[in-house]
Design a protein around this ligand. Structure first.
Ligand code: ZN
Length: 72
């Protein structure tokens, strides 16, 4: 539909083929289903895996920075 705002994948920067629900979110950051597939089938220990992991961590920590943390 025109006028709808589709999420851009935080990892690959693309609009998900099947729209809004074609993927998952981590703390409001959208990851498309093709990246999800790539992540679950990725070999651990590869550069690609490390990069993807870094991207996901960033998504998580960016989300957390919005929460005010009251230290002890
Ligand atoms: Zn993606």
């Amino acid at each position: 539909m025109q006028g709808n705002i589709y999420p851009l994948c935080y990892h690959c920067g693309k609009i998900p083929e099947l729209g809004l629900y074609d993927g998952f979110r981590i703390r409001g950051k959208f990851f498309c289903s093709s990246c999800e597939q790539a992540i679950v089938t990725m070999e651990t220990g590869t550069q690609e895996y490390q990069d993807t992991l870094a991207c996901i961590r960033k998504a998580i920590f960016e989300g957390m920075s919005r929460v005010k943390v009251i230290g002890l």
